[in-house]
Structures are given as structure tokens and as C-alpha cells.
Ligand binder design. Structure first.
Ligand SMILES: *Cc1c(COP(=O)(O)O)cnc(C)c1O
Length: 385
């Protein structure tokens, strides 16, 4: 445990750890293998799939930021999701949210189809449906709050309590907020994971993942599997993500300030039918957000008047926003969930989850908010012509 504040842990990660040269910033260790001191005299590291100093520094930093005991760095966010599946046997049941990240939905549904476990997909805000799912005594319940792309929230503490009563482990995807804005382990969860591709690295130049457990033994079991199946993250990516991490809290503050301004602008715009942003007091998850998050985040989605045609015109008339999937980088991104991030989900399942053709998602960057809003204003005006 590290009792320092989040910004301090993020900035100080690995600093002053070089005993040989006194390098302030920890060196990147690219070596794939490490010499033994002598016959059967192992050092801390022997082979970089199993352990690597750069990766270990990054893993330790995230574990401290999430207030957990073991951090595991994986080569992608999906590898972290898949790693959790190693805990499951064929007769185990898993519960996932109906509106989880498209890639997670695809992974769980396809593994279940092959008989690797039983799967229940449920709207976790539907208390009756969740209750019935928990009666099946699942081994694992996956949570994602806020969800993608509609920013729905679930009460992590309340659901975790119900899950623990039936003996289920709870794993929370915290990608949308980062530990700077939400710490699920402190709300009772057993596992928290991230796509570090997003806010944690924050500069859109790494694809990676990380998973943190509250319990040491569970973390060691998962670390064993990560080495066994060979999905640990590369030293170079760990180095970049550690560098990105240092500015996470201050980046999140600016993302947040800009997101608030953008959300207000969108809400007042006549070409916008609805804005999904937990910062609004009429958002169904607003009260939960105030309780379990430190702020509302910088992701939002909205419905454009005029359907898919209007969305196409909006995209064609933006000059600052980049039309790309992913999120959480310093640059503002815009995307169309139905044809992009959630294309792996069948159309019927998309509609079930509330993903329409006129839905647009934005990741608000840290450019000047006046410029971000001016760009959206031009795009939205053109969308209605
Ligand atoms: C991107 C993302 C993932 C998957 O991470 P990759 O790094 O793309 O493999 C998982 N969950 C959420 C919420 C994401 O946004």
C-alpha cells in the first residue's frame, strides 16, 4: 500500500530507483533474458515474458494507484479481459453487462459458444434480472461503469455486495475513468482492469492492458497464467505507459473541464436530440456517479437529429476532431459506435443496448475547449443542411 495521494503516486512511480547511475527516470530494460549470478543462483528477473524491470515498475505503479496488491501488465486490454477467463472452468457461470465494451462482449459470447463456460448477459440495472442471474451462483461477474458508448452507470458497491453473497468474484473495467476518477477495489471489487491504450497512457501510441487484484493469491494465480499463456506487455510499451501515467491526474482534470463545457454546448444545440453524460443531474446515473466517482469523466455520446445521413455530414465537416475509434488520448476523437467500436455486436444486440444509427460518441481531448466547441458547432450546422 502507498498512502500518498494519486497525483504523487503517478508522478513518483519509479523515480530515483536506479542504484547504479542515479538516473532520475527509470531506464528501459529491453533485454529478453537475464544472467544468473551462478549455478542455480537466480536474480529477481530471469526472462522477460515472466518478468521485466520496466514492466514491473509500471505494474507496481498501477497497483498502488488502484490500491490493490498485484498488478499485471498485458500486451492489450483484451488480453487482460481474456486473462480473467483463465479462472473459469466449463461448468462455471459468468455474468456480463449487456452494454459492455464490444470486444469484451465478442470474447465472452464466442468462448461461451465453444462451451468454455456458461454465460448470462444481463442489464445490471434491472434488479430482477440481476437477482435471477446471481441465483445461478456465478463464479465471476463483470462490471463496466460507465459503460460504452451510452455512459450508463451501475452501483459498483451495491452489486459487489450482492455478488459476494453468492460467492462470485467481481471484476470491473475501469478504462473509461482511470484510477484518477474511480477506484473500484475501494468499492469492494476483487479485480480492476484497464485498457491502458486509453487514459492511462493517454497519448494514443500504445496498445496495452493492466489488471490489478485486491487479493495477493488471486493476483499471483493470474500472473502465473499471464506468463504461462504469454500475454505480458512489452518493455517499450510499459515505458511509454509509465511516462504517460505521470500526467494522468493533471490530464484528467483538463479533460474534465473541457468535457463539462462540451456537454453543455451539445445539450443546448438544436441538432442534438439527446446527450448521454453522467455530469447532468437528469442522467439516470448522476447520483451514483457523485457517490462512486471523483468526477464525471470526459466521454459522452449524443444522438444527432436526422439519423445516419446527418451523422455522415457531421463527420465530413469536422476539422479538429479525428474520426477514429479508441478514446482517452490528449486529442479529441469522434466515432460512430454502430459501425465502429460495436460492429462486433449483432444489430439486434446493438439496438437492445440502445446503440442507434444516429448515436455518436466523443472522447473530449485537452485542446482548448473553445476550439473543440467551434468545430462541433460547424459540424452540427452542416449536418442539418
Ligand atoms: C479499448 C477497451 C478495451 C480493450 O482494450 P484494447 O487495449 O483495445 O485491447 C476494453 N474495455 C474498454 C472499456 C475499452 O475501451
Amino acid at each position: 500500500m502507498n498512502d500518498k495521494k494519486i497525483a504523487t503516486i503517478a508522478v513518483r512511480a519509479g523515480i530515483n530507483s536506479d542504484e547504479h547511475h542515479g538516473a532520475v527516470i527509470p531506464a528501459i530494460h529491453l533485454s529478453s533474458t537475464y544472467a544468473l549470478k551462478g549455478f542455480n543462483e537466480k536474480r529477481q528477473f530471469d526472462y522477460s515474458r515472466t518478468g521485466n524491470p520496466t514492466r514491473a515498475t509500471f505494474a507496481q505503479a498501477i497497483a498502488e494507484l488502484e490500491q490493490g496488491s498485484v498488478g499485471i501488465v498485458t500486451c492489450t486490454g483484451m488480453a487482460s479481459v481474456h486473462l480473467i477467463c483463465q479462472l473459469l472452468s466449463t461448468d462455471d457461470t459468468v455474468v456480463i453487462p449487456h452494454d459492455c465494451y464490444g470486444g469484451s462482449y465478442r470474447l465472452f459470447t464466442h468462448l461461451a459458444k465453444r462451451g468454455q463456460f456458461n454465460l448470462i448477459v444481463v442489464d445490471q440495472n434491472d434488479e430482477q434480472a440481476l437477482h435471477e442471474a446471481l441465483l445461478q451462483k456465478p463464479k465471476l461477474v463483470l462490471l463496466e461503469s460507465p459503460s460504452n458508448p451510452l455512459l450508463r452507470l451501475v452501483d459498483i458497491e451495491k452489486i459487489t455486495k450482492a455478488c459476494h453473497q453468492v460467492g462470485a468474484l467481481v471484476a470491473v473495467d475501469n478504462t473509461f475513468l482511470s484510477p484518477a476518477l474511480q477506484q473500484p477495489l475501494l468499492l469492494g471489487a476483487d479485480i480492476v482492469f484497464h485498457s491502458t491504450t486509453k487514459y492511462i497512457n493517454g497519448h494514443s501510441d500504445v496498445v496495452g492492458g493492466v489488471l490489478v487484484t485486491k487479493d495477493k493469491a488471486l493476483g499471483e494465480e493470474l500472473a502465473w497464467w499471464a506468463n504461462c499463456i504469454g500475454i505480458t506487455g512489452s518493455p517499450f510499451d510499459s515505458y511509454l505507459a509509465l511516462r504517460g501515467l505521470k500526467t494522468l491526474p493533471i490530464r484528467m482534470r483538463q479533460h474534465q473541464e473541457n468535457a463539462n463545457a462540451v456537454a453543455q454546448f451539445l445539450k443546448a444545440h438544436e441538432a442534438v436530440k439527446a446527450v448521454y453524460y453522467p455530469g447532468f443531474s437528469d442522467h439516470p446515473g448522476h447520483e451514483i456517479a457523485k457517490r462512486q466517482q471523483y468526477d464525471f469523466g470526459a466521454m459522452m455520446s449524443f444522438e444527432v437529429q436526422g439519423g445516419e445521413e446527418a451523422v455522415k455530414k457531421l463527420f465530413a465537416n469536422l476539422t479538429l476532431f479525428t474520426l477514429a475509434q479508441s478514446l482517452g488520448g490528449v486529442e479529441s476523437l469522434i466515432s460512430h459506435p454502430s459501425t465502429m467500436t460495436h460492429a462486433g455486436m449483432e444489430l439486434a444486440a446493438q439496438l437492445e443496448a440502445g446503440i442507434t444509427q444516429s448515436l455518436v460518441r466523443i472522447s473530449v481531448g485537452i485542446e482548448d475547449s473553445d476550439d473543440i466547441i467551434e468545430d462541433l458547432a460547424a459540424g452540427l450546422a452542416a449536418s442539418q443542411l
